[in-house]
Design a protein around this ligand. Sequence first.
Ligand SMILES: [Zn+2]
Length: 151
Amino acid sequence: MMLTWKEIMTFSLKGNPKPDTRIEKSKAEWKAQLTPEQYRITRQKGTESAHSGALCSIYDAGKYACICCDTPLFDSTIKFSSGTGWPSFTQPIKENAIQYKRDSTFGMVRVEVMCNTCDAHLGHVFPDGPEPSGLRYCINSESMKLNKEDK
Ligand SMILES: [Zn+2]
């Protein structure tokens, strides 16, 4: 499977694929579990400063999982160096791992990406990534953790 911008547009307009499971918690429960910065980004749609994220320049093998619910989102093999200062990927790990939502804040029309399991805000996806998918998932470090693979 390889997602393209056309499919992402369709998801953001007509509805996302169903996740394998759903995890829903109250604001207080998320606050108790996350650091203030993780909470601000994932539950209040914040953005970390460019080049500040711990996962920006790490290319170890493993799976990037949601910091809130531990669902795998991206594989290290599809991470690439975009030069933007945020971890960047060309594809999700699975078609139904991510949900897409039209975002017209700040006078721009963008596509917000969220964890499909717990609705954590992750970042945005843009149609200017490398071939063959042409996608660039621009994701906050603070919204993920890297579960490293043993060699
Ligand atoms: Zn999640």
